[in-house]
Design a protein around this ligand. Structure first.
Ligand SMILES: NC(=O)c1ccc[n+]([C@@H]2O[C@H](COP(=O)([O-])OP(=O)(O)OC[C@H]3O[C@@H](n4cnc5c(N)ncnc54)[C@H](OP(=O)(O)O)[C@@H]3O)[C@@H](O)[C@H]2O)c1
Length: 300
């Protein structure tokens, strides 16, 4: 599987990224099971893993890190992405009164140090500010991200769920490039394609990562849009055994912006075939057929 070099960095991410948000939801959270997931990804060239400090009530990085601790040779075979700034209400932080965002220097630095400790590594390949913070001091946050890159604790920095003015403000206060914006995009969540977000990312040379590329599993429910688009996805996936999730990934992969889908299945069998998504051809008209089936109306 080829990879995509992040703008103005030395970091490349695999074309499909494996997201670990749901790692702690698996019935089996043993280090052996985590290792099996890592191996199935690496076997296919899925070498980038998407974390956040808060995933699994602050447990997912720790669970994943146990596998890295058990086999130190794994770290050099992968890229680790993590995020921070969401302060959850949690038994781990009993003093917190309200869920909030924190982009202060102290918070970001502490969160990165925790991620490094839990993941048993000395650096993150990419750190993202998880959500736009309405109380952000852009100068302080920008300085902090610059210093983290300079120190080598993180190789590259970016944002998630940001709108253009939000990343432009932060970027204007820092010297290293915000190279990624990770946002929700899927056949069922198309707004970024038409509200100017994806256009602005291309204008500013900000790499797109797509979270919840199956709409968090909604594609497999009785949701009306899901029911409309599933038969077509199934048909498009026939060359790879009819796995419609793979056609949903292929729809994102086909876009000229070279979107990186962040996949979230915990199922080992599903993980095993993920790379087949890259074999599904999706030309312009097919792409619009999927769009039209999902939205239920032809484009204006
Ligand atoms: N930056 C952000 O704000 C943000 C927000 C959300 C997520 N993320 C990232 O994006 C990653 C992916 O998000 P996601 O987990 O929502 O991705 P997703 O791929 O859209 O959804 C995964 C869900 O779909 C289910 N699923 C997959 N294939 C299925 C099938 N054939 N039949 C039935 N159910 C199926 C999975 O269940 P099984 O496990 O049983 O397969 C899982 O519950 C996360 O791990 C995280 O790294 C980032």
């Amino acid at each position: 599987m080829h990879s995509i070099e992040l703008p103005d960095t030395q970091v490349s991410l695999s074309r499909l990224v494996y997201g670990v948000w749901r790692l702690a939801d698996d019935n089996d959270t043993s280090t052996d099971q985590v290792r099996r997931k890592i191996d199935r990804c690496l076997e296919q060239g899925i070498s980038s893993f998407d974390h956040a400090d808060i995933y699994g009530n602050y447990e997912c990085e720790r669970l994943f890190g146990q596998a890295l601790k058990a086999d130190a040779s794994l770290r050099d075979q992968m890229q680790l992405v993590s995020k921070c700034d969401i302060a959850l209400i949690s038994d781990k932080y009993p003093q917190r009164r309200v869920k909030h965002y924190d982009t202060s220097a102290a918070y970001i630095n502490q969160s990165v140090d925790n991620s490094l400790k839990h993941l048993h590594t000395d650096h993150l390949d990419l750190l993202l500010i998880h959500r736009p913070d309405p109380f952000m001091d852009a100068a302080e946050t920008g300085r902090t991200l610059d210093a983290l890159v300079k120190s080598g604790k993180v190789k590259a920095v970016g944002v998630s769920n940001f709108k253009p003015d939000q990343w432009r403000l932060l970027q204007s206060r820092m010297s290293h490039k915000l190279c990624v914006n990770q946002i929700e995009m899927s056949v069922l969540e198309q707004s970024a394609f038409i509200d100017g977000t994806l256009d602005a990312m291309q204008l500013d040379n900000v790499q797109a990562m797509a979270w919840s590329p199956l709409a968090g599993g909604r594609l497999f429910t009785d949701d009306a849009a899901a029911k409309r688009v599933k038969p077509l996805l199934q048909q498009l996936a026939e060359p790879v055994g009819g796995r419609l999730d793979l056609a949903a990934f292929a729809w994102l992969l086909a876009h000229p912006a070279k979107i990186l889908p962040v996949v979230g299945t915990n199922n080992l069998e599903r993980i095993s075939g993920l790379a087949d998504a890259l074999k599904i051809e999706m030309d312009r008209e097919t792409w619009f057929e999927v769009w039209t089936a999902a939205t239920g109306v032809e484009v204006p």
